[in-house]
Write a protein that binds this ligand. Structure first.
Ligand SMILES: Cc1cc2nc3c(=O)[nH]c(=O)nc-3n(C[C@H](O)[C@H](O)[C@H](O)COP(=O)(O)OP(=O)(O)OC[C@H]3O[C@@H](n4cnc5c(N)ncnc54)[C@H](O)[C@@H]3O)c2cc1C
Length: 450
């Protein structure tokens, strides 16, 4: 197995090296002169905990998995999942939603069901800070005491490597969203495709360890497929900050060359240097080439969810800014007993994928349960990355990768036990396409059902 083909660690590290490092921020001091709004600063409206309380902030792939498995393995724990959204919206499969191959309902799920079936509390609020000394999470709906705290806020976007001013950044977020975080971004991109009349549709691939390595390349395939089927004279222009496709490169390259010759143009080493939204042009790459666009979805660098920085548990690393400052095996924050960071906000160079977060959540749930019930740890278990990428829709054809991770000491050495299927043609590709949908249904069942 050629490791280079799985994940170009070198390429990612090189790109990440361009990220400016700033150092760790500590939590802001509370301002006593500010009167708290209703809910804030008062106790959260929750009954007294009946057992050790585990508060999990962030109800994404990570938080949902940690909540379920902590409660499963430690039934006496009082598990509270704090999530700012009222519905779960899955990023995996959202590329198929963009081109009408699945509806919104398929990727939307019910937090109340997850909480009912798995016997924990879903608490709809935003976490705004923690008081480590008092062991309190501060939320927009009151303070919650914890014995154990897991922060799983996912990612935030980091536009700083593009050197755009705040007005341009706001326009990029609103008019050309990346589509790697929120449901509104996906809805905007879907409308863009429905209204698209021709020309270049730019997709950017950032450097660093960005969320879901194959997703931008999958999206390019599906948009090209949509243009081709709907006879739209459009081309997907992929401006990739990396020197080559970062994962499943053979499968994606062959799909672009064979299926989408007139519909996809792949440009490597094309980090964004400047953006001119008035004239719809970008300058990219060291040679400062100019690219025009009719429309675009600009995917910037990623960083750890802002909450980590606010809570003083984040640190820059070789890939990204402000990800969890944790022990890579226990997920515990360095120097902070009983506070953990998991999911895409972790600093380890794992593939930032839903499956990785889910399998990690099984492990962390078990680890927390062992600490609660027996006051000891369990042996480290590698997370599992399983990722199917559609290269065409209706019928879906897909390629896939499955991999675990190995360490040398405390340093991540790379992938192990890798299985790749880069064949999208014929029966194999069709079976991969079916497996993609079964994988998604299985994951939703795991997070939302008992
Ligand atoms: C287009 C696309 C396609 C993808 N395809 C795949 C795929 O095929 N397979 C795969 O395995 N992975 C895929 N992924 C990656 C996957 O979506 C992420 O790796 C996964 O969502 C990470 O889980 P997480 O829980 O860390 O973060 P998230 O799922 O982003 O969850 C974070 C949660 O925290 C909440 N939150 C943040 N801050 C606060 C706060 N202060 N208070 C309360 N709540 C807060 C957010 O609202 C959010 O619900 C894809 C991603 C994208 C964008």
């Amino acid at each position: 197995m050629n490791r280079r083909d799985i994940l170009k660690f070198g390429a990612i590290s090189a790109a990440a090296a361009t990220v400016t490092l700033t150092g760790c921020t500590t939590s802001p001091k509370p301002d006593d002169s500010v009167k708290p709004a209703v809910g804030m600063g008062s106790k959260a409206p929750l009954p007294a905990a009946k057992g050790p309380r585990v508060v999990i902030v962030g109800g994404g792939w990570s938080g949902l998995s940690v909540a379920k498995y902590t409660k499963k393995f430690a039934p006496n724990a009082d598990v509270v999942l704090v999530e700012q959204r009222t519905q779960f919206h899955s990023c995996p499969i959202s590329n198929l939603y963009l081109v009408g191959a699945v509806d919104l309902e398929f990727i939307t799920h019910d937090y109340l069901q997850a909480a009912r079936e798995n016997k924990y509390t879903y608490f709809n609020a935003s976490a705004i800070g923690i008081d480590k000394a008092q062991k309190i999470v501060k939320t927009t709906n009151g303070d919650i005491d914890y014995d154990y705290l897991v922060l799983a806020p996912g990612i935030d976007y980091d536009y700083s490597p593009w050197n755009v001013d705040l007005a341009t950044e706001q326009r990029l977020r609103t008019e050309y969203p990346a589509g790697f975080m929120s449901p509104s971004e996906h809805m905007t991109i879907k409308s863009k495709l429905e209204d698209f009349e021709g020309g270049n549709f730019i997709i950017t691939v950032p450097g660093g360890n960005y969320r879901c390595l194959p997703a931008p390349y999958e999206r390019a395939c599906l948009i090209a497929d949509y243009f081709k089927k709907n006879e739209i004279e459009g081309k997907v222009l992929i401006l990739d900050a990396n020197p080559d496709i970062t994962i499943k490169s053979e499968g994606f390259h062959s799909a672009y060359d064979e299926m989408y010759k007139d519909y996809v143009e792949y440009v490597p080493n094309a980090a964004i240097m400047s953006v001119d939204l008035e004239n719809k042009k970008v300058i990219a790459g060291e040679l400062e080439d100019e690219f025009e666009f009719s429309d675009a979805a600009f995917y910037p660098h990623v960083r750890g969810g802002k909450l980590l920085e606010v809570c003083g548990v984040a640190k820059d690393n070789a890939f990204n800014k402000m990800e969890g400052n944790i022990d890579p095996f226990t997920y515990e924050v360095i120097g902070e007993k009983n506070i953990f960071v998991a999911g895409d906000a972790r600093p380890m160079g794992y593939s930032k994928s839903g499956n990785t977060s889910n399998s990690e959540g099984h492990y962390l749930g078990k680890l927390l349960a062992e600490r609660i019930t027996k006051n000891k740890d369990i042996p480290w278990k590698s997370p599992l990355t399983v990722c199917y990428s559609a290269v065409s829709a209706m019928p879906n054809h897909a390629i896939s990768v499955r991999a675990e991770y190995e360490f040398k000491g405390k340093t991540l050495a790379g992938f192990t036990n890798v299985e790749l299927s880069q064949e999208w043609r014929g029966k194999i590709g069709e079976n991969n396409g079916k497996a993609l949908m079964e994988w998604a249904k299985g994951m939703y069942r795991d997070m939302f059902n008992a």
